[in-house]
Design a protein around this ligand. Structure first.
Ligand code: COA
Length: 194
């Protein structure tokens, strides 16, 4: 059976969620979505299929108002929200095919620059191999030590878990010392002109 890249259809949702969940299960920062996200702007939403099986997916949203989705202020911005391929089908060019087709269709909606963010090291290699340029690095931290989080309590609301972005201007070593996070991930932003 051959690989097909086609538009996502509403009736794909269950099979899409299954595929997404399997990809997310072994990701460093998976979200385990039960439903497919819906977007405000114009989108390119694709699936890669082999027979009846969805083996990969991709979502691109085109920015409608400048600087509302993407980091850089420029015309023709698009955000690559999601791309994934089932583990047993990786390394066969499916991710690259999804991206190529996503960009081709995105250009019809005015896409000129695509932005992608990830904490996954494998995806960083994938983006660079495809021709993306890394333009930004910062960190994600997950803190769960209640005594370190008390300073964020407000109005009787107690913070028991905190997921935060540590921006480049912060001293990461000091942040780690102060909040003793359970998880620290380096997140990188990538861009490509299309
Ligand atoms: C990233 C991902 C989509 C790549 O899919 P794929 O179908 O394996 O990608 P391709 O086969 O088109 O790979 C293209 C190139 O990317 C690079 N690459 C892909 N996977 C890689 C890996 N695990 N380690 C290092 N480089 C990798 C390689 O250079 C590869 O070219 P090559 O096979 O000629 O060496 C897939 O690994 C995945 O689903 N990962 C988990 C989800 C994820 O991290 N998504 C992105 C962040 S939201």
């Amino acid at each position: 059976m051959s690989l097909k890249i086609r538009s996502y259809r509403k009736q794909d949702e269950k099979e899409w969620a299954k595929c997404h969940m399997l990809v997310d299960l072994e990701a460093t920062a998976g979200q385990l979505l039960k439903e497919k996200p819906e977007y405000d702007g114009k989108t390119v939403e694709l699936v890669a299929t082999i027979g009846d099986r969805i083996v990969g997916f991709l979502d691109i949203e085109i920015e409608y108002l400048e600087h509302t989705l993407c980091c850089k202020k420029t015309k023709g911005n698009g955000m690559l929200w999601d791309v994934g391929v089932l583990k047993e089908f990786r390394g066969r060019g499916i991710g690259s095919s999804l991206l190529k087709e996503g960009i081709r269709r995105g250009k019809k909606h005015g896409l000129q620059r695509l932005e992608a963010w990830t904490v996954e090291e494998e995806a960083k290699n994938f983006y660079e191999k495809f021709g993306f340029r890394r333009f930004y690095d910062y960190h994600h931290i997950r803190c769960e030590k209640r005594e370190k989080l008390k300073e964020f309590d407000r109005d009787g609301v107690h913070v028991i878990s905190l997921y935060a972005h540590v921006m480049p201007e912060a001293d990461l070593k000091e942040v780690i010392k102060k909040y003793e996070p359970k998880q620290v991930l380096k997140c990188s932003g990538f861009e490509i002109s299309v």
